[in-house]
Structures are given as C-alpha cells and as structure tokens.
Design a protein around this ligand. Sequence first.
Ligand SMILES: Cc1cc2nc3c(=O)[nH]c(=O)nc-3n(C[C@H](O)[C@H](O)[C@H](O)COP(=O)(O)OP(=O)(O)OC[C@H]3O[C@@H](n4cnc5c(N)ncnc54)[C@H](O)[C@@H]3O)c2cc1C
Length: 399
Amino acid sequence: MNMPKVAVIGGSIAGLTAANVLRDIGCEVDVYERTPQFLSGFGTGIVVQPELVRYLLERTDTQLDEISVPSTSMRYYDGATAQKKGETDASWHFTAYNAVYQKLLDAFGTDRYHLGRSVTHIVQTESGPVAHFSSGPPASADLIVCSDGGGSVVRSELLDVKPKYAGYVTWRGMVDESELSEKTWNFFQDAFSYGLLEDSHVIAYPIPQVSTDGRLTGRHRLNFQWYWNMDEGPDLDLLMTDRSGQRRPVSVHHEAITEQNLTGLRERTESQLGGPFRELILSASKPFVTVVSDAEVDRMAFGNIVLIGDAAITPRPHAAAGAAKAASDAWSLAEQLEMAGGLVGEALAAWEPERLAIGHAYVAKVRAMAEVLQHGGNFPPGKAEYKFGLPRLPHTAAG
Ligand SMILES: Cc1cc2nc3c(=O)[nH]c(=O)nc-3n(C[C@H](O)[C@H](O)[C@H](O)COP(=O)(O)OP(=O)(O)OC[C@H]3O[C@@H](n4cnc5c(N)ncnc54)[C@H](O)[C@@H]3O)c2cc1C
C-alpha cells in the first residue's frame, strides 16, 4: 500500500495523536510545532475520555491509573454555602494535560517533531500542498494535517471563520494538597464537584501533579475553574489587559495578570463563595484567566489539506471532551486512509461528513450546558444529555 507523506501542523493532542496513528499505518510523518520548547500546558486538568487515551492504552504500555486519578461521583453544591444539592454515581478519571502530551510525545519520538516552526500559510501546488513557516524551510507533503488549535492560522486562511466569544471567561488554577486544609482536600476527593451560583459556576477535581518535564511526581493536586459571565466591553478589556498594558486575545498567564485583577478575584471569592470553594480559590498561588470561545466550520477537507481538533471545530469545555474530539478526528483519519489504501481524496470524502456531524453535535451539546450552568444556578444532577463525552450519532458507530 502506498501511504502519503504527511506534514502535521501543531504538535498538541490532535497533532501528536495524528502523527502516531498515521505513522502506524505506514505514512512518513513530520510534526511542525510553533513553540520553541516542548509544551507544558501548565499541567492543567483534563477529564479522561476513552478517545483521549486510546493511543496510549492500545499502542503503548501506559496504564490508565499511572497517569490519572479515579473518582466515583459527581457532586453538586450551592457555591455560596457549600451545601450539597445532589450527587450522582460517575466513575471518571482525571489527568493532567502534560501527562498525556508527554506520553504521546514519547511514543512519537522527537526526531521528526520540529520545534519553533510556526506555519504562516499553505500553498497548493501541482505536486501537492506546501507549508511555509515564519522560519525554516517550507515542507511539502501529500497530505497536510492542520492541528494548530482554536486560533488556527490555516483555518482563517481557508475560511472566513474566527472563534466567537461565548460571553464568559474562566479563572483557572491548581492547588497542591499541602496548600489546603485536610477538610477541604477531603471535601473534593473522589469526585467532580460543581459549585453552582446564580450567574456562574465553579468546577473542581483532583489531578496528578506533573513536573515541568512532564513526569508524574506521585502526588496530587486540585484543578479548578470559575466561569464568570462578562459582556464584551471595558470590563472584559480590563480583565484581559496584562501588566505591560497589552490586551490579550485568549489568556492572561499568572505572571502577567495585574494586581488589580488578582485583587478582584480575591474579593469576589470572599464575597460569593463559601467553605471549601472559597479556600480552594484563595489558596491558588498562580491563577490565570482565559476567555471562552467557540468556532464552527462547515468544511474540514480542502484538497490535500485537512483541519482537525480545535483547528476545525473549537468547542466550549463543559462536556470535557474537546481533547477527545481532537484525538478521534485523528484516529478516524487514519482509519479512512487505511481503508482507502492511501488514496487521500477517497479517504477524506468518507472522513469529513462524519467528523463534521460529531463536531456540530458536540458544540450544540456544550452550548446547551453553558446556558444552564451560567444562568440560574440549577444544573440538574445526572441529566443524561449533559453527561460528559462526545455525542453518539445514531447513523454511525463512531463518535
Ligand atoms: C478551560 C478549558 C478546559 C478544558 N477542559 C477539557 C477537558 O477536561 N477535557 C477535554 O477533552 N478537553 C478539554 N478542553 C479542550 C481541550 O483543551 C482542547 O480541545 C484540545 O487541547 C484541542 O487539542 P488540539 O491539539 O486540537 O489543539 P491545541 O491543544 O490548542 O494545540 C494546538 C497546537 O498548535 C500549535 N500551533 C498554533 N499555531 C501554530 C502555527 N501557526 N504553527 C505551528 N503550530 C501552531 C500550538 O502551539 C499547539 O501546540 C478544555 C479547554 C479549555 C479552554
């Protein structure tokens, strides 16, 4: 079988999963990653979905327990009083971004993972697509897989689509066990916890602690997010303006957050959150803030160029399966290419409609969840349509 030569743009979850599965079916694969150093993702939490860890569990010797923390329930509290409103059985595993990233990178190796290569544009030529970068030589391939994330340069080149602000931001952070009282640490163990408020919600769950080089330390920490409704305008601009006076489009990292905004977070925590939720957020030494956005496309294949993961459809986080969608785009691409005997056009014709359908259904699901989570404080415990994960489409076995 003659498999295509592949250039993957962006080496995170989608890019590394694609690189591994495409190499496994016989493609020659190179990954081009914008950042000059390996990614860390700050070690923030991810709820494990089967698609996210499929490569690690099926094709490497990684054990799920080695990279994750198990849980048995989902708990729903009034965020202001910490009084329990409901609880359901839910056996999720929680991991950290860089635990998954490092394992996927270990599997692919670093020889063909090129750092500091930021794609600027792609040119379609008669002999195939060619990616151009801000530095370094261009890369030609039979297939270019674009997994350059929610702010995808390639997507904005191919389509008139930009991420649309969802009307709220999320404060995020992590707190080590040693930084919390025993009571608060125990309160959050063994569960995914919601703290529900009239116009916002907090989530918290335990994750493994990972060192900066991506290795697990054997200790645990709590991961949290607090979503704040905020219209576009001066308040949002102030929050997203860093210490140097620059208005950041997506995230303000901890070191860059102004004293005024850190004080605002502390004051709002003290006035609105109760008990363990208050202690958790006040204990975070490096909180940071991200705007929540989503983007949808109606095409993912353009000749011999494809968009996958967040570079195609960028979902909000509430059903905890954005990374799983990214990974399953990659798996499905390899499966279709293998079935088509390496013929890119045939493979993409079968691949694209199914991936679009799953992506659109997932965005609809997370938007519906956001509507309830951010308005009214009454997120219903255990409602089937809000269960974490990708939607299962009736006409397909995938999803
Ligand atoms: C607050 C929050 C919480 C989340 N929680 C979860 C969760 O619990 N579970 C879950 O499954 N998902 C979660 N997600 C979603 C998940 O993080 C994303 O869906 C996932 O990271 C998408 O992977 P990706 O590889 O497509 O894109 P990304 O992870 O964004 O990676 C894009 C890569 O492309 C690189 N890149 C960008 N531009 C260029 C360029 N021009 N040239 C070369 N490289 C480039 C970037 O440096 C990066 O490495 C969450 C998202 C957010 C915002």
